[in-house]
Design a protein. Structure first.
Length: 274
């Protein structure tokens, strides 16, 4: 049993048990929690996809912002498009192809300004936005999906220059960026037009409710931790019974254990030093 106290074996034991504990208490629970979050998100998405639209003020009262339980829900908004304050979001990808998204503020009948994502347009030969129709004039009622603002890690403002043809462009779909560019007081979040709505261009596709790999990852971490412990136990038994499955009395020409080999190496090294 003395081999259990050797520094090399103690270090191996510490590594194995630390790894197994991390698998069982940190890595696997983390993946289980991510799987639960994804299931909750998918459930909310599926509910929002089939729920009937409600007035904007009913789902998001003044002062509230889109969140996990309100995003993607359908709302009705009535107001007038502010076409002269429009901003185009660049560097977008829709169904695997490059595109622009057209963001047009709308002043609602109660005076609130909201940001409407009218959908996407494809690129021209110079990677610019293809010509697209302006929004309808006058008061319209639209049905749109609630979306939370994106965030640009570089916090870049919208810009316009010769490369954009004088049209304002932004790097993200963010009501705050459009508010700074237009000088309007736009409520947080934006509203993505559904198919067939007044002013819609190419309606953006809905996200897929994919469960993801998190559950399988969680089970893998449990398996890795169990394998580490079983491997340690196997080699411990091998040390206690050097001949493997055979007892020393059954096999006089038994193989040397790892501990015996290490001890012989240490003796040989000490002999050379003398």
């Amino acid at each position: 049993m003395r081999f259990l106290l050797r520094p090399g074996w103690l270090a191996l034991t510490a590594v194995v048990f630390t790894f197994a504990i991390c698998c069982f208490t940190l890595l696997s629970p983390w993946q289980f929690s991510r799987n639960a979050e994804r299931e909750q998100q998918n459930s909310a998405l599926e509910t929002s996809f089939t729920a009937a639209p409600v007035p904007l003020a009913q789902l998001l009262p003044p002062g509230s912002v889109p969140g996990r339980y309100t995003e993607w829900h359908l709302v009705t908004v009535t107001g007038q498009y502010l076409a002269d304050k429009e901003v185009v979001a660049r560097l977008r990808t829709v169904q695997g192809e490059g595109a622009y998204e057209v963001l047009t503020p709308m002043r609602t009948t109660d005076g609130t300004v909201v940001l409407i994502d009218r959908g996407y347009v494809r690129l021209d030969s110079k990677s610019g936005a293809l010509p697209f129709a302006p929004p309808p004039a006058g008061t319209v009622q639209v049905t749109a999906r609630v979306r939370a603002d994106e965030t640009d890690p570089k916090n870049r403002d919208a810009f316009a220059d010769a490369s954009t043809g004088g049209r304002l462009q932004s790097y993200v779909v963010d009501s705050r960026v459009v508010a700074r560019a237009s000088g309007l007081d736009i409520r947080p979040g934006y509203f993505q037009l559904d198919v067939g709505q007044p002013g819609v261009l190419g309606a953006l596709p809905l996200p897929q409710t994919d469960s993801g790999p998190f559950l399988s990852y969680a089970l893998q971490w449990i398996a890795f931790g169990a394998m580490a412990l079983l491997g340690w136990l196997y080699f411990t038994v091998r040390e206690l019974k050097p001949g493997g499955a055979l007892d020393a009395s059954d096999d006089p020409a038994r193989r040397k254990s790892v501990a015996e080999i290490l001890a012989e190496d240490e003796l040989a090294e000490s002999g050379h030093q003398k």
